[in-house]
Ligand binder design. Structure first.
Ligand code: M6R
Length: 615
């Protein structure tokens, strides 16, 4: 995790660009922040503060923040507690160099010991400081230029990194390198920008280069961008044009990104389906499935790898693919899959789902499956991120940048793509009756309007949230397609309100969780009119018999559950397989409003980061 920003030019002051960039990247970590600047007198200053970017800004209020060259960092602690000492940038011992880093240097302890034996003194507990001290040691010991010293040092480190370095003796140059952690270089007119993603850059230029693993970028004033490998081979940077609207990464009048992103879902899902669903012919086409048709229709098994919310989307995808395409699907936590020598081979298709496209465990699972010969399909949001680049093919969900740490629109986007994937594959395999296929496509197109209807319950959900803010525990129950929705509802609540919540298949309740139920326990039950309705209704009776407090999601016009539940939220009718797309939305709102009532930091909950680039 951690966010990296850099700027080098002549026309602008670096500090405002760096701070704005850090604010955009704060979703990646926010326990401390720092900036290094070279001023007109070639002095290198580092300013750091514990806390958020706003704390750094306040800290810098009376400092010299002039200069048109700088690097900045927002941290998610791995090695060393959150403190201003452990915040980045880190100086080298002579204070000639300053570094920022996203990733983990795994062999830092060993390198640190060697450097300490050579008299190097350390100020922080971080693995990052080891890297800058190593670079300086190599530079001075062997009398090397900075680029060569960086190359030699990076050969010695094990781990993941995106780094940027300043050397006050060469204030016309910024050097950056990456392995496993993302890094984007923006190319302006006589100036360069750097970011962990494109969001700090797009305000100034739409021309970017996504650095590849093992690449080093040399941004020198008056010269073109130079990209070399660790072995110093000259590489041709591929300049891409990014198409992100600035409005997409700002709050647009909402108090929090999370609420904005919840409300964006109707539009996002339309974007996700645009060009893929032909409404006149009620058909779906995913270009990836056309190009790689034989791989996909001949798959003996599909394995979905993902983490967190993306894993929940995978559980829905499993039910959809198995039901429509009759292919067995396993859904694996990427972090487990990668470490247990899984049985996977050339007859398997592995689907990697990731909003950020940078989740370290999912990326590692992709690499492992690739080595074993599987065909890899990515379902990601962040364009040009590492996972889509590592896959054979895939489909972007196109829901726009998701900034709130709690994933909302990415989840519904992932489920929409998985639905289109299952439908396209089912049609190609001939496993779904045509009228059934058409019925689902028609209904999928209606989903954005149905979500709009659900969003009208916002005030009602906010009232409910006020009633239930007292709770220390919540249970979420659902069956079939609604079971992953229960898991997702519980995850949303715990991550932003810090209330303990569990998602369960409703029928499992009597095998243990029922013991928890008393008059303090709110139980959210998805009880819509589907094949499981009667069974779920009995589960609600069981909860009420033990004085539990039931919040039920019911189909519009339901009169039965409404009589026994403490509160109901009505959902528009849809097909059972598409219910997750509407039922998830009130649960996102419920978590949001409870967190707001409790005064929590909704967009940046404690201990979390948006992009989990560490194992
Ligand atoms: O970027 P990814 O989809 O790979 O991220 C996976 C999880 O880290 C993510 O879904 C996490 O669980 C969210 N905070 C959930 O809201």
């Amino acid at each position: 995790m951690c966010g990296i920003v850099g700027y080098i030019g002549t026309k602008r002051e670096a500090f405002p660009i760096l701070v704005k960039g850090l604010q955009r990247l704060e979703y990646r970590g926010y326990d401390s922040a720092g900036v290094a600047l070279v001023n007109g007198n070639h002095e290198l200053s580092v300013y750091k503060a514990k806390g958020k970017v706003a704390d750094l800004e306040a800290f810098c209020a009376d400092k010299d923040i002039t200069g048109s060259v700088g690097i900045a960092h927002t941290r998610w602690a791995t090695h060393g507690e959150p403190s201003s000492l452990n915040a980045h940038p880190h100086y080298s011992q002579s204070k000639n160099l300053a570094i920022i880093h996203n990733g983990i240097i795994e062999n830092y302890a060993e390198i640190k010991k060697k450097l300490m034996n050579h008299g190097v003194k350390f100020l922080s507990d971080t693995d990052t400081e080891v890297l800058v001290q190593l670079i300086e040691y190599i530079q001075s010991k062997k009398n090397l230029d900075l680029l060569t010293a960086v190359q030699v040092a990076l050969h010695q480190v094990i781990g993941a990194y995106a780094i940027a370095l300043l050397d006050k003796r060469h204030p016309d140059t910024v050097i950056a390198a990456r392995k496993q952690s993302p890094l984007v270089v923006g190319i302006g007119d006589g100036e360069f920008f750097l970011g962990s993603d494109a969001s700090p850059i797009i305000e100034y230029t739409d021309k970017v280069v996504y650095l590849e693993d093992g690449n080093i970028a040399v941004m020198k004033l008056g010269e073109d961008l130079k990209v070399v490998s660790l072995q110093n081979e000259k590489l041709l940077p591929e300049i891409k044009t990014v198409d992100i609207d600035l409005g997409q990464i700002e709050k647009g009048g909402y108090p929090h990104f999370m609420l904005k992103e919840i409300f964006e879902q109707p539009e996002c899902l339309k974007n996700c389906m645009r060009g893929r669903i032909n409404v006149e012919h009620d058909s779906v086409k995913l270009s990836a499935l056309i190009d790689y048709r034989s791989w996909l229709i001949n798959a003996k098994r599909i394995i979905i790898v993902a983490c967190g919310t993306s894993w929940h989307a995978g559980l829905i995808g499993k039910q959809m693919i198995e039901t429509f395409c009759r292919i067995p699907v396993d859904v694996e936590y990427a972090s487990e899959f990668r470490y247990r020598n899984p049985v996977v081979g050339k007859d398997d298709v592995v689907i990697a789902i990731s909003q950020s496209g940078e989740t370290a465990d999912t990326l590692a699972a992709v690499e492992l499956a690739k080595e074993k010969g599987a065909f890899i399909y990515g379902i990601c949001n962040a364009i040009g991120s590492s996972i889509p680049r590592a896959t054979n093919t895939g489909t972007y969900i196109h829901v726009g940048p998701e900034i709130g740490v709690a994933s909302t629109k990415a989840f519904t986007g992932q489920v929409t793509v998985l639905t289109m994937f299952a439908l396209t594959l089912a049609e190609a395999k001939g496993t779904l009756r045509h009228n059934e296929y058409t019925r689902i496509v028609k209904e999928l197109v209606e989903i954005p309007e149905k979500i709009k209807e659900v969003l009208k319950t916002n005030e009602q959900v906010a009232d409910l949230a006020r009633t239930f803010t007292y709770a220390h525990n919540f249970l979420y129950l659902g069956r079939g397609f609604s079971y992953p929705v229960a898991l997702e509802g519980a995850l949303k609540l715990k991550e932003i309100s810090y209330i303990h919540a569990e998602g369960y298949p409703a029928a499992e309740m009597k095998h243990g969780p029922i013991a928890l139920i008393d008059s303090d326990m709110p139980v959210v039950v998805i009880a819509t009119h589907n094949a499981m309705y009667e069974k779920v209704r009995s589960n609600i009776q069981e909860i009420k018999a033990r004085q539990g407090r039931v919040i039920a999601l019911v189909s519009k016009g339901d009169t039965t559950v409404s009589k026994i539940a403490d509160a109901v939220i009505e959902l528009p009718d849809t097909l059972e397989c598409l219910e997750p797309l509407v039922a998830t939305v009130p649960l996102q709102l419920l978590a949001y409003h409870i967190a707001v009532c409790k005064g929590k930091d909704v967009d940046q909950p404690r201990n979390l980061a948006k992009s989990v680039t560490v194992e």
